[in-house]
Design a protein around this ligand. Structure first.
Ligand code: T6T
Length: 296
């Protein structure tokens, strides 16, 4: 079984691989972790081609673009390799319906990202007292996860927090430095900025750094998606109010278990949803919460 992450150097996917390896060890299957150094379809497709050439029985992949990975993955499918997607999806993410061009993957194992975006909106609205301008620091359009988080965030604000204005999204290409610079730019244009939602690990890290560099810690509230080890300090110093941790090890574990079940003749669910853990200063020292901090 091959696991192709969005990128190799991201604590989220490193943690996913840990869970995948635990399942592989339990089942006695060989797991290969092979990916690109950046979250970019142009880099991921050649890695995928190399993985297909190795002829694994199954590929678990976090596609870096909803549309650009469809044809490259169809090659794997046509070669008789079972394809499951983890974290992100292709097409609409609804598989095995017989209806779509991109419904050939067997299963989608991931967080509910619309819900996660809604949870982030509630946390940020609460942190700013339900009033004022905020924005989403996001990666780039076309990534299923981060698109859905932004969608959920905006829906929740529009439906339940009329006092909050959501400014234009800033896209950082998964570059934390760019996200930090953008924070300063938004603050210059909108001095009353109250908060920012960092829609993934690098967006949140960068937005936090931007707030810190601007001397606005605790004034501009930060809600972070994802939980690298640095999140502990950032929560304790008050730079980050809330972090929404995904459960990447679960995604990896159930990805491998699902692939194995399918390959050994069992039917599998077309979708498996994994959970979240909401971290803040009140619970970050609790071992039952801290165990969800990502490994790096
Ligand atoms: O947020 C995760 C993942 O869910 C997303 O698809 C891409 O970014 C991360 O890997 C965090 O960097």
């Amino acid at each position: 079984i091959a696991l192709v992450p969005g990128l190799t150097t991201d604590a989220f996917y490193i943690t996913m691989n840990r869970g995948a390896q635990a399942a592989a060890d339990a089942l006695g299957v060989e797991l290969v972790f092979q990916g690109a150094p950046d979250f970019n379809p142009v880099l991921q497709v050649p890695v995928l081609d190399a993985v297909i050439a190795r002829g694994p029985d199954a590929i678990l992949i976090a596609p870096t673009d909803k549309t650009q990975l469809v044809e490259p993955l169809r090659k794997a499918h046509d070669a008789g390799i079972s394809v499951l997607t983890v974290d992100t999806f292709i097409g609409s993410g609804v598989y095995q319906t017989g209806a779509g061009e991109a419904d050939f993957p067997l299963s989608y194992i991931a967080s509910d990202n619309v819900l996660g975006g809604r949870m982030a909106a509630r946390a940020l609205a609460e942190a700013i007292g339900g009033e004022g301008p905020v924005y989403v620091s996001n990666v780039k359009p076309g990534i299923s996860t981060t698109d859905q988080r932004e969608e959920g965030f905006k829906l929740e604000m529009a439906e339940n927090f009329p006092g909050v204005t959501v400014l234009e999204t800033q896209f950082n290409d998964n570059d934390a430095n760019k996200a930090a610079t953008q924070l300063q730019g938004v603050l210059a244009r909108e001095p009353g900025l109250k908060g920012v939602f960092g829609a993934n690990l690098f967006s949140a890290l960068g937005a936090g750094t931007g707030v810190q560099q601007a001397g606005q810690t605790g004034v501009v509230k930060v809600v972070a998606f994802d939980a690298p080890t640095s999140i502990v300090d950032n929560i304790k110093t008050g730079l980050v109010d809330v972090a929404i941790a995904q459960h990447p090890a679960e995604i990896g574990y159930y990805g491998v278990v699902s692939a194995y079940a399918y390959l050994t003749g069992n039917s599998i669910p077309v979708a498996i949803g994994t959970g979240f853990t909401v971290m803040d200063s009140s619970n970050i020292d609790d071992p039952e919460v801290a165990k969800y901090i990502y490994s790096d």
